[in-house]
Design a protein around this ligand. Structure first.
Ligand code: S3P
Length: 173
């Protein structure tokens, strides 16, 4: 395998970052790190409880602190939380230390995948579909702006996506 920087997967909730990340980690022999899991381990609480007890601002500060430290590692593939690009400093750190892959998912597909999901605090709202669409609309430009590689994950299975990403990275699995 060529030596390259870390890989960071960005994209909206439900875009498949964790599933795709796990597969790539095995194929390219990289350590898979899910940033939300790290936050949960450090806080000894679920993301949901962190939001409930301390609010979004506290979560975002924690997310940034962890990104500052964890992106110093090498040979890792990171699944970043969907809101990571909202903070431009996070985005700069991630870009500096990794090849950034944006997993694009259409708003309709995101709504379908997240319909029965109850562990996303920002989606505990009356009109989930409306909120998902408006959040994607707000973030789409940021995801694109910060990506080195863009792959659509709307109607493909994870193995195909992984194949596309590895191809675009120009590495052999
Ligand atoms: C968030 C996405 C979640 C998690 C938190 C906030 C967001 O991660 O970080 O609930 O703002 O989009 P996933 O994208 O892994 O679901």
């Amino acid at each position: 395998m060529k030596s390259f920087k870390n890989i960071a997967l960005i994209g909206f909730m439900g875009s498949g970052k964790s599933t795709v990340g796990e597969i790539i980690s095995k194929k390219l022999n990289l350590l898979f790190i899910d940033i939300d899991n790290v936050i949960e381990l450090i806080e000894e609480k679920s993301i949901d409880s962190i939001f409930k007890l301390h609010g979004e601002k506290y979560f975002r500060e924690l997310e940034s602190k962890i990104i500052d430290k964890i992106f110093l590692n090498k040979n890792c593939i990171f699944a970043c939380g969907g809101g990571v690009v909202k903070n431009s400093r996070n985005a700069d750190t991630i870009r500096k230390n990794s090849t950034v892959v944006y997993l694009h998912v259409s708003p309709e597909e995101a709504c379908r995948r997240l319909e029965n999901v109850s562990n996303r605090p920002l989606l505990k709202v009356k009109d989930k579909q409306k909120v998902i669409k408006s959040m994607i609309n707000e973030r789409e430009m940021l995801y694109r702006k910060n990506a080195d590689i863009i792959v659509s994950n709307t109607d493909k299975n994870p193995e195909i996506i992984v194949y596309e990403i590895i191809n675009k990275l120009g590495v052999s699995a």
